[in-house]
Design a protein around this ligand. Structure first.
Ligand code: 0O2
Length: 270
C-alpha cells in the first residue's frame, strides 16, 4: 500500500479518535458542571503509526486485506480513572451509549497479563461520517487507573528499548512493581469516599468563588464603588477563615443582594 492509501485508510480513524475523545471529555465536564464526582479522570487517544501497524501485522501474520478486521486497535482511546471501582462504571456508561457498539471485552484487571499489565479493554464499533458516507470502524477503548497507566507507560518504553526482549532481572522488578500497583490501587480504594468528598468540596469551593467574583464584578456596574469594595473586603475576610459554611452563607447572601440590584436595573431600564 503506498503512502497516500495509508493516509486515506487512516483518515476516518483520526476522525473517530477525535470524536470519541471529545465526547468523553464532554461527559466529564457535564459531571463537573453538576457538582458530581466523575469516574473519568482524563481521556486521550491515538491512531497507530504505520510502522506500528506493520509490526503488529508481521507479528500476528495478518494479511493486508484483513488489516482493518484483525488489527483491532488501529484507533485507540484511553480513559484514565482514579479508582479501580471507576473502571466498571465507565465501562457500563460506554455500553449504554447508542453511538458505540461493544463487540467484546478483555478484562486484564481481573486477569493480569503475564507481563504484569492490567487494564480493561473494550473492542467496539463506531461509525464516522466522511464525504464518502458512513464508515463503521473497529476501535479499542482502554480503561485503567492512574497507577495502572503509570506501570503500562514505563513498561511500554522498556519494551521499545529492548524490542520485547526485556532482561529477566528487569522483568522481575516490573512484576514486583505490578504487585505494588495492585496494593496501591487497593489502598486508594479504601479511602475512596474521603478522597471523593474532598474533591467535590474543592470543586464546589472553586465554583462558589467564581460565582462570588462574578457577582461582585457585575455589581460594579450598577452600584457605588465604595459599596462594592466593602463587599469585596468582606469576601477576602471570609475566604481567609477557610470555613466552607461561612463561604456558603456569604455566597447565598451576595446572590440575594445581586438579584436585588439586577431587578432594580431592569426596572430602571423600563
Ligand atoms: P501500542 O503501542 O499501545 O499500540 P498482543 O497480541 O497481546 O500483543 P492484542 O492481541 O492486539 O495484543 O491485544 P491486547 O493484548 O489487548 O493489546 C492491545 C494493546 O494493549 C497493546 O497495543 C498495548 O497498548 C496494550 N497492552 C497489551 N499488553 C500490554 C503489556 O504487556 N504492556 C503494555 N505496556 N501494554 C500492553 P500494542 O499494539 O501492543 O501497542
Amino acid at each position: 500500500m503506498d503512502i497516500l492509501l495509508w493516509h486515506k485508510l487512516l483518515g476516518p480513524y483520526e476522525l473517530a479518535v477525535q470524536e470519541l475523545v471529545l465526547k468523553f471529555r464532554h461527559m466529564k465536564k457535564e459531571y463537573q458542571d453538576r457538582g458530581m464526582y466523575c469516574p473519568i479522570e482524563s481521556v486521550e487517544g491515538r491512531v497507530k503509526t504505520v510502522s506500528s501497524i506493520l509490526d503488529k501485522m508481521k507479528r500476528k501474520n495478518i494479511p493486508m486485506d484483513q488489516l482493518e478486521e484483525l488489527v483491532e486497535d488501529i484507533a485507540g482511546v484511553r480513559i484514565i480513572c482514579q479508582f479501580v471501582e471507576d473502571i466498571e462504571k465507565v465501562s457500563r456508561m460506554i455500553e449504554e451509549r447508542s453511538d458505540i457498539e461493544v463487540q467484546y471485552e478483555k478484562d486484564y484487571v481481573k486477569n493480569m497479563k503475564e507481563s504484569g499489565y492490567r487494564s480493561y479493554h473494550l473492542i467496539i464499533f463506531y461509525t464516522v461520517h466522511t464525504l464518502e458516507g458512513p464508515k463503521k470502524l473497529q476501535m479499542e477503548i482502554q480503561i485503567r487507573t492512574m497507577a495502572m497507566d503509570f506501570w503500562a507507560t514505563v513498561e511500554h518504553s522498556l519494551q521499545y528499548k529492548y524490542k520485547e526482549r526485556i532482561p529477566e532481572h528487569i522483568k522481575r522488578r516490573l512484576s514486583n512493581a505490578a504487585n505494588a500497583i495492585i496494593a496501591l490501587d487497593n489502598e486508594m480504594s479504601s479511602v475512596r469516599s474521603e478522597i471523593m468528598d474532598a474533591q467535590l468540596s474543592s470543586q464546589l469551593q472553586h465554583r462558589m468563588v467564581a460565582d462570588i467574583l462574578n457577582n461582585i464584578e457585575n455589581m460594579y456596574r450598577v452600584t457605588s464603588q465604595r459599596e462594592v469594595e466593602k463587599i469585596q473586603e468582606e469576601f477576602y475576610r471570609i475566604y481567609a477563615l477557610n470555613d466552607m459554611a461561612e463561604l456558603k452563607h456569604f455566597h447565598t447572601q451576595l446572590d440575594m443582594i445581586a438579584e436585588g440590584y439586577r431587578a432594580q436595573s431592569v426596572t430602571e431600564d423600563l
